[in-house]
Design a protein around this ligand. Structure first.
Ligand code: DGY
Length: 320
């Protein structure tokens, strides 16, 4: 339609999202879902008004500086935005938006899946049943109970609190650290710790829910692992680089950490191969938000943001 805005959608998105995008925009699609290299993306962005990207697209300063002047918005199909240089976008007057809120429940569900999978040795069990299971025994694959254990949550935002809600139903005692202490209504009886280190000392289970930022990169290193109580279980649904992989792999191998449940990895999709040798690492391929309902909602939220930009309104999830 003449006058329709032109958008580049960098990855294959769910059908319902594509249908809506095509009804409102002249959308250039990536139907076979091959990740674009930077040059290809820049070429495809020519004469477009906006880019709807994902966390798999490099939107660092050098890339943003090469975007054509026609681009007025970058809408990421993600809550995380560490792949986008916000300052560089701001300098070019490009609005950047994300999709908070809609993936809270799905991600918290996966955190619980990881807590259970890691503590109940699901990786070993799933392997055993297809190889050498010789029947039930009283000592086979004994894991760790969640009941009455302390769950330490680093980052008590929406997802951290949704994880706490679920963990309470399993009888866990909730502890947390957050940049700012929550109100009593939001704490719901959780114990606040002034420093991350104090939290680690009581975390029988530790679940990471903080964003990736310079001060959280490699947060869980050898020194901090040493603060955890004996036999801890480490869960990560936040971002891979929050963990120092070599330190965690060494701790999983030595038994200092009993088990880990990981959905996100530094350098995805090439995870540190050391994890593959650790039977006590229960691993998922970044599935936190992977439900039909959630991925549709993420796409609709990204489109809501673009609709607002093109209507000259403040987008609901504007980062800059
Ligand atoms: C996000 O949106 O940042 C998530 O990691 C996607 O699952």
């Amino acid at each position: 339609m003449p006058g329709q805005k032109k958008i580049l959608i960098t990855r294959k998105l769910p059908d319902a999202v594509i249908n809506r995008a095509q009804a409102s925009y002249q959308a250039t699609l990536n139907n076979n879902d091959e990740p674009y290299g930077v040059d290809q993306m820049i070429e495809l962005a020519q004469e477009k008004d906006a880019v709807l990207c994902t966390l798999t697209n490099d939107m660092s300063r050098s890339v943003i500086e090469r975007l054509p002047n026609s681009i007025c918005a970058i809408a990421t199909f993600s809550v995380g935005y560490e792949h986008i240089d916000l300052e560089a976008a701001k300098e070019r007057g490009i609005i950047v938006t994300n999709t908070p809120g809609v993936l809270t429940e799905a991600t918290a569900d996966v955190a619980l899946l990881l807590i259970l999978g890691a503590s109940r040795r699901a990786r070993e069990g799933a392997a055993m049943i297809t190889t050498d299971w010789s029947g039930w025994t009283p000592t086979q694959l004994m894991g760790l109970s969640m009941q009455a254990k302390r769950l330490g949550i680093l980052g008590m935002g929406d997802i951290g609190r949704a994880c706490a809600l679920r963990a309470r139903a399993f009888g866990m005692e909730i502890h947390y650290h957050n940049r700012t202490r929550l109100s009593p209504e939001l704490e719901e009886g959780a114990t606040y710790h002034e420093t991350p280190e104090e939290l680690l000392k009581v975390s029988d289970f530790l679940s990471l829910h903080c964003p990736l930022a310079p001060d959280t990169k490699n947060f869980l290193n050898e020194k901090r692992i040493s603060l955890l109580p004996p036999n801890p279980v480490v869960i990560n649904t936040a971002r891979g680089p929050v963990i120092d992989d070599e330190a965690l792999i060494a701790a999983l191998k030595s038994g200092r950490v009993a088990a880990a449940g990981l959905d996100v990895f530094d350098g995805e999709p090439k995870l540190n191969p050391g994890y593959l040798d650790c039977k006590n690492a229960f691993l998922l391929p970044h599935l936190g938000s992977a439900t039909i309902e959630t991925r549709n909602a993420m796409g609709f939220t990204a489109l809501d943001n673009l609709d607002a930009v093109f209507a000259g309104k403040e987008p609901p999830n504007k980062l800059v």
